[in-house]
Design a protein around this ligand. Structure first.
Ligand SMILES: C[S@@+](CC[C@H](N)C(=O)[O-])C[C@H]1O[C@@H](n2cnc3c(N)ncnc32)[C@H](O)[C@@H]1O
Length: 366
């Protein structure tokens, strides 16, 4: 198995390919990416056989922006016989992986694949039984073991392989399933909720998204992101010239500031979270986020970078580099991650946090 499949948002295959090529090469895994526009995945073919496994084991999945999921696989299985699709799949996995902890039968995230998804659900049951019988899957689900992936790209045609559970997306098809809360004022509430799921480990939510924390939401109206913060019992300064949903104002947890988000200064020094969904030039937003972190006005930020029509990968890398440089030159120890979330369209979401104290230039460990 010398290939790595990466799932992405349809339309962003070129960005996903540019990213994996650059990062795999920097990791000394040489190969080339195959791109078919709007198909929802990219194939990175390694020149050395064992390199595909090494890549998904050692390149941190969290560092990828445009990939939702990845797995190692071999050649496409074509024209599986309808009377026995299982034997070729078992054959492909035999010797490649054993005692895996889970099976995911998936499709690319395209409209054409929706029909196939129904088949995948049904097919999972007999395939799972066969994989267990052959020792490829453990008799019970185990989260710490590798995951077997079967990706159907058309009826009877699939890629088969595996990913490592400590270096992949924990979600089926790389997409957290979230339900739109009927009382939220806008659908973009799901963007911030997804960002929490992707960037904050579940066992750290109680500490890092704790009730009673103070947050600032720049470009807040009508309040989808503020809703998420309020739901976690935070106190929110919502900054926007627009109108906030009355239901949020009625909670007593929200203070609305009808001012420019680029000029707003926090009224208190105990802000934990800054979130920002202002539609603005990416570099302007990245600089603003750097200002807040450098001045110690907040501890963690989540913000969107709206992407241009062209050179989208370059735009993302430049802005992440700009943020890193600003924090580094101010002696701040930090962590930055970015991901094009399922609920993002022409944008990516970035999370950054200070790991050290709030005084610029001083490394006071917390
Ligand atoms: C995409 S909407 C935000 C949606 C919001 N996150 C939600 O979930 O409901 C962008 C908002 O940014 C606001 N905005 C744009 N530029 C701004 C600025 N300079 N200062 C404050 N708000 C700004 C707009 O008024 C608009 O309401």
């Amino acid at each position: 198995m010398n290939k790595v499949i990466l799932y992405c948002r349809p339309g962003f295959e070129k960005e996903c390919a540019a990213e994996i090529t650059e990062k795999a090469t920097a990791h000394e895994v040489f190969g080339f990416a195959r791109v078919k526009e709007n198909c929802g995945y990219v194939m990175y073919e390694c020149y050395q056989h064992e390199d595909a496994d090494r890549l998904i084991k050692t390149l941190p999945f969290d560092t990828l922006v445009f990939a939702r999921q990845w797995f190692v696989c071999g050649e496409l299985l074509r024209d599986l016989p309808p009377e026995d699709r299982i034997t070729p799949i078992v054959g492909m996995l035999t010797g490649a992986i054993e005692r895996a902890g889970e099976l995911r039968v998936e499709v690319p995230d395209t409209n054409e694949s929706k029909e196939l998804l129904k088949f995948c659900r049904k097919f999972t049951v007999p395939l799972r039984a066969a994989l267990k019988e052959n020792g490829i899957l453990l008799p019970y689900e185990k989260a710490s073991r590798p995951v077997v992936h079967v990706l159907f790209i058309a009826p009877g045609h699939c890629y088969v392989g595996y990913s490592y559970s400590n270096n992949h997306s924990p979600f089926y098809m790389g997409i957290p399933r979230l339900k739109f809360p009927s009382d939220a004022p806008s659908r973009s509430t799901l963007k911030l909720e997804e960002a929490f799921h992707v960037f904050i480990p579940a066992d750290e939510w109680d500490e890092r998204l704790a009730s009673g924390m103070y947050a600032v939401d720049l470009g807040a109206c009508p309040g989808g992101w503020t809703y998420q913060l309020v739901k976690r019992s935070m106190m929110v300064h919502a900054v926007d010239n627009g109108t906030m949903a009355q239901s949020l104002m009625d909670t007593g947890q929200v203070t609305h500031h009808a001012v420019d988000g680029f000029r707003f200064e926090p009224p208190r020094n105990n802000i934990t979270w800054l979130v920002c969904d202002m539609v603005e030039k990416p570099a302007r937003v990245a600089n603003l986020m750097a200002d807040w972190l450098v001045k110690g006005w907040c501890r963690e930020v989540i913000f969107n970078l709206k992407l241009p029509m062209k050179k989208r990968y370059e735009e993302v890398t430049q802005n992440l580099a700009l943020l890193s440089e600003r924090l580094s030159e101010n002696g701040i120890n930090f962590e930055i991650r970015a991901r094009q979330l399922y609920h993002d369209r022409e944008e990516v979401t970035v999370h950054a946090r200070r790991i050290w104290g709030a005084v610029p230039g001083r490394r006071d460990e917390r």
